[in-house]
Design a protein around this ligand. Structure first.
Ligand code: ADE
Length: 243
């Protein structure tokens, strides 16, 4: 399939995606991407959004790295987007000026929990995937630029915190690096846009902060994604990406 020229937004939770779809007028019915997987897509001439869908056994959103990689692969194969954006909520860091509702745009992207101290596997584990430079766009919208760091746990043990400190992570999520790895295989520009629901390095429980701040953060995510998409796409025949 030829490149669609549209950006593709990859998300994990339905409750995060609903305000984003509404802000972007993605009101068409969802279409399934593969008979064996729950991944689904919404599209408009300007932008596409994909969601991992519900886990068929546990009946919850399929969060974390494997579903993110599968959904990204299926959506990229179908649409050949010009840019892929991993969007969602994330943990932030008081130590680096983070606050609830802060919008973060990736300038780098790592895994923080793939500890493999075996020569070159160490760097492979960390990932450090290519991220497209959209710093000027992010700064003009008041977004915090920095490293987005991915792991398969909501909590953050000491070893993970030390790894995230080493590259001064501003956002801790459960999907971005998996999406970034797929984009690297296809040579498609990648970034991540995350809104902070909880502060990882505070004394309060991450899960409690996540629940209490979820609604405010996802509303902010909807607005921020719309502002971002409007700034990077030019209305025209193919909504070309402006980088
Ligand atoms: N999503 C929202 N908060 C998170 C956290 N603290 N860790 C991973 N993913 C998150």
């Amino acid at each position: 399939m030829p490149p669609s020229g549209r950006p593709l937004i990859v998300m994990a939770m339905e409750a995060e995606a609903a305000p984003v779809r509404s802000a972007l007028n993605l009101e068409t019915p969802a279409e399934k991407l593969h008979p064996a997987f729950s991944s689904k897509i919404w599209e408009s001439p300007r932008v596409c959004l994909v969601l991992n869908g519900e886990d068929r056994r546990y009946g919850v959103d399929s969060i974390a790295s494997q579903p993110a990689a599968i959904t990204s692969l299926l959506a990229i194969e179908r649409d050949r987007p010009s840019l892929v954006i991993s969007a969602g909520t994330a943990g932030g860091f008081v130590n680096r000026g983070g606050h609830i509702g802060q919008v973060c745009l990736a300038d780098s992207c790592y895994f923080h929990d793939r500890r493999i101290p075996l020569e070159a596997f160490d760097a492979y584990g960390n990932g450090n995937y290519p991220v497209v430079d959209l710093g000027d766009v992010g700064t003009s919208l008041g977004f915090q630029l920095g490293a987005v760091s991915t792991g398969n746990a909501l909590d953050a043990p000491e070893a993970d915190l030390a790894k995230m400190d080493s590259y001064q992570a501003v956002a801790k999520d459960m999907e971005a690096a998996a999406v970034a790895w797929v984009c690297e295989q296809f040579d498609i520009p990648f970034t991540a846009l995350k809104v902070i629901t909880d502060l990882v390095d505070s004394d309060e429980s991450t899960a409690e902060q996540f629940v209490s701040n979820f609604e405010i953060a996802t509303q902010r995510l909807g607005d921020a994604t719309k502002e971002f998409i409007e700034l990077i796409t030019t209305e025209g025949e193919d909504y070309a990406i402006r980088t």
